[in-house]
Design a protein around this ligand. Sequence first.
Ligand code: FE2
Ligand code: FE2
Length: 279
Amino acid sequence: MKTRITILCENLVGELVGSGEHGFSAYIETDQGNYLFDTGRGHSIVGNALALNKDLRTIQKIFLSHGHYDHTGGLPEVLELRGKVDVHAHPHVFLDRIAVLEENGKEIKRFVGIPYKAAYLESLGANFVFNKDFVEVEKGIFLTGEVPRNTSFEKPDPRLLSEIDGRVNQDIFLDDQSLILDTDKGLVVILGCAHSGVINIIQHVINKTGKDKFHAILGGTHLDFLTPEQLEASIKSLKEMKIDKIGVSHCTGMRAAFRFHQEFGDRFFYGCVGSVLEV
Ligand SMILES: [Fe+2]
Ligand SMILES: [Fe+2]
């Protein structure tokens, strides 16, 4: 399968066109059709798609990595252009979610879940297709489903909470899933925020596909909140894997991105708005 992946929404802008926002979205072109992975938060997806010459009206499916607002907030904008379309996600994508933040020395809580109800999105054309397990969504294209947590060093972010059955607890992100493209050069994995842990995700992909050669790992890795020891453990594990390219984005954080650049050299790139991976 031939594939071109373009980062549509991201925190940073790398080309002469486009706008940055705190969010993530990738536009995927294949010889089978076009797809959208996440939608950003809604501010930049339509303008960036126009600027980068990507037609949102042609996408065959939408995949959602998890229910955070910065990955799902652009759904109405996309649906208004596209109309009826399958939206693949884990059922927990609609959980209420909270982030505990510090602003001006005070602890505050902010709602960070999906900003829209299912019925509203369905009225705009979304046909939700839920999965909890690993699934082939198109020939050679897979969603990871729920990712088992096996590593000792990848811990959930304590600042992120969710409400399940009326109780608010640390968010365990059962809905966090990544997209896998089986290309001629190896697997390409697109991460949303990698709340399951990037190493847990890659191990799960190896277990489910039976393949361990990765052409690229792209997207948000959420490594910024980790201690330096945890970050180094993740880097050590990545170095033991067969990965040609690592393109981090979004919630990776500059500290982790710089360390990746040091360790992976030419195999590293920063995936900003307009970055393209062609396979
Ligand atoms: Fe995110
Ligand atoms: Fe997230």
